[in-house]
Design a protein around this ligand. Structure first.
Ligand code: PLP
Length: 475
């Protein structure tokens, strides 16, 4: 109670933003008197860092997004650094609390990767996953400690392996036997011992309550436990020169809203490790259980209590390992999406409005699949607001269309807008993860810049690409 009051007194007087039924409304947080109301509103609040100012403009950390769109141009990725830091702190503290001090958090770089991100990770004592030499290069250029990097990927090239070894990265997550041989050769050549985790596939379908045993055995990642291939690669790795097998890795999927798949994963891994112990005499000291923690993109997504999911997983895992007489290893997790998605919004300028009577209305924006391919790829749903009049209720459905020569280039459909006009600013919420990192130059569109807002101040962290950048590699 006391702690919550402190939090709310800090927010007292601020406007905040929530949804009731189908309508977004603005609320003023008033301390004490409305304390209970605010708490209730909070349950239904998608993004507590967004508010609406006196002009009706959408704000991030009280910074007017319409003004920021004017200052930096559109499309623009706006990211709330405080939200990123809070998420990272939550993961770190809940992991230490649930799994003990040896627990670590590895941020999955692929969700959002640029130099400043690694400064934030360093300052928050978070390690990093990388999946390419370029992600490692970005981290190292930001002064990130190579020992805190775990190198993933199912098709690492010889050059990348050599680059990672020469730059003393901490760990490899080894996917297959071919890669294992290459790492061993390279490590022996350089006269070092490379620490590795071995990626195994536990055969869990994360989208069902009941684990479907064979569901993921045919994954392109890792070695399957069920087929005996996982045991085989561990045996092989233990004999390899230049290699130290530090632990086991598994990642079961993404947007996992239930705890059940993680509990099942813990059981399958405990059983596997008991078998490895009895057959190879090797005991695992690091167990990386992957990422996949959920994010709410729209009001229809269920809310999930990630700290509770991790706590329950910890309890279950301790029990599972104790039953099999196994020492509890250091447990690592690898959140990507859940660390950064809700920190980001994308701002676009409307270029044209097209109404096809009896069919469909389009609002065409100056970005699209080049800055956010997720609708085109997965039909992902988003919340879209009119940043100029964020309080207004929409009364007409629109398809938000991108600028590319591709009919599938859409950001969202059936978005209710109120009389949108060219030059209006649209804000797409929850675009911090897998948007910038999946951006492309299709149609030779220049990639959008990233502005971080930290403690109310905006910082340009990635500048907008220019046409000179676009032809920079052309000979
Ligand atoms: C993608 C991935 C993650 C991160 O997944 P999120 O759903 O973004 O948390 C973590 N570990 C591995 C190995 C991955 O491939």
């Amino acid at each position: 109670m006391k702690q919550n009051e402190a939090v709310f007194s800090e927010m007292s007087g601020q406007l905040f933003y929530r949804k009731i039924g189908s309508r977004y409304i603005r609320d003023k947080i008033i301390m004490e008197k409305n304390y209970i109301d605010v708490q209730k509103g909070n349950e239904n609040m998608l993004y507590s860092n967004l508010s609406i100012n006196e002009s009706g403009h959408l704000c991030m950390q009280n910074q007017d997004t319409v003004e920021l769109a004017g200052k930096y141009g559109t499309p623009l990725y706006l990211m709330d650094e405080n939200v990123i830091r809070n998420n990272l702190r939550m993961f770190r503290s809940i992991m230490k609390h649930s799994f003990g001090n040896q627990a670590e958090v590895f941020y999955a770089s692929k969700a959002l990767c640029f130099k400043q991100m690694y400064r934030i990770l360093s300052e928050e004592n978070i390690c990093a996953d990388a999946v390419s030499a370029s992600e490692i290069y970005t981290a190292l250029h930001a002064g990130f400690d190579p020992e805190k990097i775990l190198f993933h990927g199912s098709a690492k090239t010889r050059d990348e392996i050599q680059y990672a070894i020469r730059n003393h990265i901490g760990y490899f997550a080894v996917d297959n036997a071919e890669e294992l041989k290459r790492i061993s050769q390279c490590a022996v050549h350089d006269n070092i011992t490379q620490k590795i985790l071995i990626r195994v596939t536990p055969g869990i379908d994360p989208h069902t309550f009941e684990a479907v045993k064979t569901g993921k055995v045919d994954s392109k990642f890792g070695a399957a436990i069920e087929t005996g291939q996982a045991l085989q690669i561990v045996e092989e790795a233990l004999r390899m020169p230049g290699i130290k097998v530090s632990g086991i890795h598994s990642h079961i999927g993404s947007q996992i809203f239930e705890t059940e798949p993680y509990l099942k994963e813990a059981d399958v891994l405990a059983e596997f490790l008991a078998r490895v112990k009895s057959e190879c005499g090797w005991e695992c000291s690091i167990l990386d259980i992957g990422g996949g923690f959920p994010v709410r993109y729209t009001e229809d997504d269920p809310s999930a209590d990630i700290p509770k999911m991790l706590q329950e997983t910890a309890e279950h895992m301790k029990q599972s390992f104790a039953e099999k007489n196994l020492k509890m290893p250091s447990v690592w997790i690898e959140p990507g999406r859940s660390a950064v998605a809700a920190a980001g919004i994308t701002l676009y300028s409307v270029q044209s409005i097209k109404r096809i009577p009896g069919y469909r209305n389009y609002a065409a924006v100056d970005g699209g699949m080049t800055d956010n391919p997720r609708y085109a790829l997965y039909r992902s749903l988003y919340t879209v607001l009119q940043a100029d009049c964020a309080e207004t209720e929409g009364n007409e459905p629109f398809t938000i269309a991108g600028r590319c020569c591709e009919s599938g280039d859409k950001i969202a459909e059936n978005i209710m807008l109120k009389d949108p006009k060219p030059d209006d600013i649209l804000a797409v919420l929850c675009t911090g993860a897998y948007n910038y990192s999946m951006a492309s130059n299709y149609n030779r569109v220049c990639r959008a810049p990233i502005v971080l807002i930290h403690n109310g101040i905006d910082h340009l962290c990635v500048r907008r690409e220019t046409v000179e950048d676009i032809i920079a590699c052309d000979l």
